[in-house]
Design a protein around this ligand. Structure first.
Ligand code: CDP
Ligand code: MG
Length: 729
């Protein structure tokens, strides 16, 4: 409660100061910025000049300890690096000097905490050292015991695996592989496996003693994701049984003692950092629109600062990154040869791997690379050549409100620790600069010192179901590093109970066991299980695959906006967004999953392709988990069956039209919510009385994204147990 209150307070005060209205407002501002750029390309320096107060903050970030030249890291080379180049770079990393002492400490200790500056080689090198030492052969010649390395983020797992495969000199999926949700690039011969912490957690379901591993490195532990923390608690038990298993916990920051304490005072192994001084600049006044400010700052740096020197911008999510990418490309096209070439490279969780690789490509001579990133570039990905960092000071987080049981995506100020990590990214190749798009006052007064561990703010129902399914039933006494509040635990148990995953005694049911097999939110899992009963499994799998993919599906080219909107309307279904998505899926399928068809209809082919892969994976899982199931619904299912199956999982997300007819309130709690402007139902008149939403997004208001009309009678029929009070009223 306290944490939530704080989060909301922070985001409120920020919103007021920086008048961050809502998405639409931002988009309008961006349009204005674009217009300015396109109408007066040569005046841009004058009209958009940003004033900075340069503040030298010597206490932070400055570390002259080791400012040696970094061989192999001076960009200029265009050719593909040779094997010996790669080995030279490996040897130049700070971790290399510690190679032997690292191996020694791992040999004599079962658990080791490793701390080191970002970019020192923890993620890419340490698993390789263990591999070179032969840890994967400890079980004899026949069997390979993997060296696993977890990452909180999918992009980090895939990009690091790709890099290490290159260093080892193998194809991805052979000696070096990765495993992320719905995508496994590993094989019998894989010895070094990068995987998300969530995937390792799921491996406990099939192999509770993790017998296929000889070593595990839990990386980025400072991020304190829910999966990482649960994995650590479970490992604490595993290592007692498996004396041969080696556990390495790696973290970028210095709060290592917490991990050491948790693991019975495990030794802390330090890899000395290497960082050049970074100068910090704050804005004089609060920024009304941080995206616009970031765009101006990029252009300003590009025109005024020497080359080489790449820029890294921290934004909160894909939407912002895409808008900014478009604006910058447009601006540099308009400015033509008035400026030197500007290469814009985005990086966020859903970016296809091929495009991810662009951020690592060396910047050509006489040009500048601008990397637009989410907080993924804070510690988990190191990009060489960055000299300037632009920090918007925000981060997008999932926040669970145990009072209402609702989860929401919120943009909140990042922590001071994060801001310092971000600034540090500018000082890897030489002295750097960090432009903070907020005031110094706000840094010290409005940014929290540290972030809140995810376990204290996230919806834990999925992870609780998983724990119950592997036999951990005493959650109250479970050895959490930071235990979540009882209220949160109780809320989650209630939700699982109402979904039929638990019985009245709080024990997992057969349904619950099946639900746990799907790597998704229990609400999704329940909808899938019910869909089989209603004989609409295929449609529900399609809708769920579409909903679970967060990359954008539609695109609107500047010159063809109207046409794009018209095309989009063709898919509209009166019952709302879920069935609109289903229409899209059906038509794409009927057109042979064609790329051309996507182009004609302004849909992102690569997003649909990913959706198709997810759908295939889900289909396979279904065959395993629910091979035979009695059908209780009508034999020839209709749209209502599809809607009801969805509702069987998502019934907690129902909102009722308010008396005035201008907003909605959550049916369970009297809290106002609004239809998101992107929803099909936004423009429907009169507005439907009841809607079921897929997710809440908090900007200036609490918006419901992806909404479906529902029939009042279904509430009693399908969710009577959940809404007893509301129905009586
Ligand atoms: O984990 P840590 O932050 O300590 O460093 P790392 O991720 O192992 O990175 C070590 C070096 O590998 C850096 O110089 C990176 O630029 C490089 N690297 C790369 O070139 N491509 C990747 N996909 C990952 C790392
Ligand atoms: Mg790392």
């Amino acid at each position: 409660q306290e944490v939530l209150k704080r989060l909301y307070e922070y985001s409120d005060s920020f919103r007021e100061k920086r008048t961050r209205q809502d998405n639409q407002w931002e988009i309008d501002q961006l349009k204005k910025a674009q217009e300015i750029v396109s109408s007066n390309p040569d005046q841009i320096q004058l009209t958009n000049q940003k004033e900075y107060e340069y503040v030298f903050d010597e206490s932070q970030l400055v570390d002259y300890s080791e400012s040696a030249e970094l061989p192999g890291e001076d960009s200029a080379t265009h050719e593909k690096p040779t094997h010996s180049d790669i080995q030279a770079v490996r040897k130049s990393l700070p971790a290399f000097k510690q190679r032997q002492s690292f191996l020694d400490v791992v040999k004599s200790n079962q658990v080791v905490i490793v701390v080191g500056e970002t970019g020192s080689g923890k993620t890419t090198q340490l698993p390789q050292y263990l591999y070179e030492e032969g840890y994967h052969k400890r079980a004899g010649k026949q069997k390979i015991l993997k060296i696993g390395c977890t990452q909180p983020r999918r992009v980090a797992a895939t990009s690091v695996a790709r890099r290490v495969a290159e260093e080892v000199g193998c194809s991805l999926g052979d000696e070096v592989g990765y495993s992320i949700r719905f995508e496994d690039q590993s094989s019998q011969v894989t010895a070094i496996k990068y995987l998300t912490d969530g995937m390792l957690l799921r491996e406990f379901m099939t192999d509770p003693m993790l017998t296929s591993y000889s070593c595990l490195m839990i990386d980025e532990a400072h991020e304190r994701t829910v999966s990482t923390e649960i994995v650590l608690s479970l490992l604490k038990d595993v290592i007692k049984e498996r004396q041969d298993l080696r556990l390495i916990i790696a973290s970028a920051t210095i709060n290592a003692s917490k991990f050491s304490d948790y693991f019975n005072l495990a030794p802390i192994f330090k890899i000395p950092g290497r960082r050049f001084p970074v100068t910090i600049a704050y804005t004089k006044n609060p920024e009304a629109n941080y995206i616009q400010a970031a765009i101006t700052t990029v252009l300003q740096i590009h025109m005024k600062q020497e080359l080489p020197g790449d820029i890294l911008v921290f934004l909160t999510g894909q939407d912002e990154i895409e808008t900014m990418e478009e604006t910058l490309n447009e601006a540099s096209r308009k400015l033509g040869n008035l400026i030197k070439p500007l290469i814009v490279a985005p990086i966020y969780a859903n970016l296809p791997p091929k495009l991810q690789a662009r951020i690592f490509e060396p910047t050509p001579y006489n040009s500048r690379k601008v990397v637009l990133a989410t907080n993924i570039a804070e510690t988990s990905i190191t990009i060489d050549g960055i000299k300037f960092v632009i920090d918007t000071g925000y981060v997008k987080e999932n926040v669970f409100n145990p009072a209402t049981g609702m989860e929401s995506l919120v943009v909140v100020p990042c922590s001071r620790a994060s801001a310092d990590q971000r600034a540090g990214r500018a000082g890897r190749v030489g002295p750097g600069k960090c432009y903070r798009l907020f005031t110094k006052w706000s840094f010290y007064n409005e940014l929290p010192e540290n972030g809140t561990p995810e376990i204290l703010r996230a919806n834990l129902s999925s992870v609780i179901l998983l724990l119950l399914s592997i036999g951990v039933s005493d959650l109250i006494n479970f050895d959490f590093m930071d235990p979540p509040s009882h209220q949160t635990l109780i809320r989650c148990l209630e939700l699982l109970y109402s979904l039929g995953a638990l019985n009245v005694k709080g024990q997992i049911t057969e349904t619950g066991q099946k639900m746990a097999k799907f790597p998704m939110d229990p609400m999704f899992c329940k909808a899938i299980l019910t869909s089989v009963e209603y004989n609409v499994k295929d449609d529900i799998l399609s809708i769920i695959s579409m909903l679970s993919e967060s990359s954008s599906l539609f695109y609107r080219p500047k010159d063809k906006k109207e046409l794009a909107d018209k095309m989009r309307e063709r898919f509209f279904h009166e019952a709302g967004d879920h069935l609109t998505l289903l229409n899209i899926w059906h038509q794409w399928r009927d057109n042979g999953y064609s790329n051309l068809w996507c182009e004609d209809h302004f849909l992102q082919y690569r997003t649909l392709k990913k959706i198709r892969e997810v759908r295939n994976q889900l289909e396979k899982l279904c065959q395993k988990v629910i091979p035979v199931f009695p059908v209780v619904g009508e034999c020839t299912p209709d749209i209502c069956s599809v809607q009801k199956a969805l509702m069987s999982g998502f019934f907690p997300n129902i909102a009722k039209l308010s008396k005035l007819g201008n907003s909605y309130t959550l049916l369970k709690k009297n809290q106002p919510v609004y239809l998101h402007p992107s929803s099909r139902l936004f423009s429907v008149k009169p507005p439907p009385k009841y809607v079921l939403y897929h997710e809440l997004v908090l900007t200036s208001k609490e918006y419901m994204r992806n909404c479906m009309v529902i029939n009042e009678t279904w509430i009693d029929e399908l969710a009577g147990h959940y809404y007893q009070k509301q129905i009586q009223n």
